[in-house]
Design a protein around this ligand. Sequence first.
Ligand code: ZN
Length: 164
Amino acid sequence: MACPLPTASAPALYVSDGYRVRLAPGVLAKALRLARVRAPLETGGLLLGAVVDGEAHVLAITGPGRNAMRGRVGYDADRLHDNRLLERLRPRLRYLGDWHTHPGGPARLSRTDEASVRETLNAERPEVLHLLLSGPSAMQGHVVASVFTAVRGEAAIRRMEPAE
Ligand SMILES: [Zn+2]
């Protein structure tokens, strides 16, 4: 299930079984702002934060690196830029996952999206988050935020349910 983007930047909790993701105030608002700057092209970046008591807290998001490829039907991160940034932020903030947009596209991950989310899983990082913003091509009006958790060894990527 997806939910319309809240107009107020209140904290939002998403759950799936024992997996819990909390978005800090301002995270969705910033993603939406970056989405509108690039619309109708896709954009994206990193989800940064901490894991507190088994709950992932997304505290900050970044925009795309200069060498990220932005297209109408795809988004490829600038991993060199992202990794340099992560080194500067560690250990205060750690990588929790990525986010990207679907201007004029569906509120679900494409096969390519799913493959790139899975690519970020490894033994040290058995779970990753993904935030998808979808809506009209200008990303104005009814924009939907969908939160996913990919778990290493699980066949399907989990779509998190809004819980607050
Ligand atoms: Zn996509």
